[in-house]
Write a protein that binds this ligand. Structure first.
Ligand SMILES: C[S@@+](CC[C@H](N)C(=O)[O-])C[C@H]1O[C@@H](n2cnc3c(N)ncnc32)[C@H](O)[C@@H]1O
Length: 228
């Protein structure tokens, strides 16, 4: 059996299941709903409502590029809001173009060619994906990589979309959260689908102001954390 398999979620959208980790890239209850709720509604929109009036562009950092779904939904949002997003995404294990091409992008209102463009983009260079999105991909291990020189105090919104803490504890450790904190500007917002207690305590310990919100689809809670 292939380690990576495309699976259908309960909301009809698709995601990828990693048999090696026994973990899916999004909630099996609804990839589309989860991404829209956690990263677009409680990431981009939440930040925009607080600071958007002063901004003509938004800088976003993502931990875990994966299928590219969050990035593509962010691009759609930017087009609707008529703003520009500059988005940097870090990925340790890039998916093959072949697998990504097989996903049902049209179910998200996204052209397959748009997704392909992002996956084919060269790493470590800015690519103008569309009028509303400039994209910069980094192939690296976020737990090891030091991005502070290039990107310290740079981002307004941070999508923390790693595999779950019980599957991949290293990326949720306090020392790694400290890096995420430094990447954000003052007033920046981190959003993520988990509300694990240890993780929230570590966010507070590195200086975030933590908010617990109702979770996406089947999850009880999720987390937003501000850098003030
Ligand atoms: C939950 S999936 C992310 C889903 C993705 N945001 C999307 O929209 O499809 C987690 C992603 O984090 C990546 N990842 C895991 N460990 C990482 C690390 N140490 N550094 C960077 N990326 C990592 C995985 O390869 C995977 O693509």
């Amino acid at each position: 059996m292939n380690e990576l398999q495309i699976v259908r979620c309960q909301d009809g959208s698709q995601t990828i299941y990693d048999h090696r980790l026994r973990e899916s890239y999004h909630s099996l209850h609804g990839a589309r709903e989860e991404s829209l709720y956690v990263y677009i509604q409680n990431g981009l929109t939440k930040w925009w409502l607080k600071h958007g009036q002063q901004a003509d562009s938004i800088r976003v950092f993502e931990v875990g590029f994966g299928t590219g779904l969050n990035v593509l939904l962010a691009e759609k949002w930017a087009a609707q809001m008529n703003v520009k997003i500059e988005l940097v995404s870090v990925e340790l294990w890039p998916l093959s173009l072949d697998l990504v091409t097989q996903l049902d992008w049209l179910a998200y209102g996204i052209e397959t060619a748009q997704a392909q463009r992002l996956h084919q983009a060269l790493p470590n260079v800015w690519v103008a994906s569309s009028k509303h999105l400039s994209f910069y991909k980094i192939y690296a291990d976020f737990t090891q990589e030091d991005l502070s020189e290039e990107f310290q105090n740079s981002f307004d919104v941070l999508f923390y979309d790693a595999f779950a803490p019980r599957k991949q504890p290293s990326i949720w450790q306090q020392a790694v959260l400290q890096k995420a904190f430094r990447l954000l500007r003052q007033g920046g917002l981190l959003s993520t689908y988990t509300a694990q207690g240890r993780f929230r305590r570590d966010l507070s310990a590195v200086g975030f102001e933590v908010e617990k919100l109702k979770g996406a689809v089947n999850k009880k809670e999720m987390t937003c954390a501000w850098r003030f």
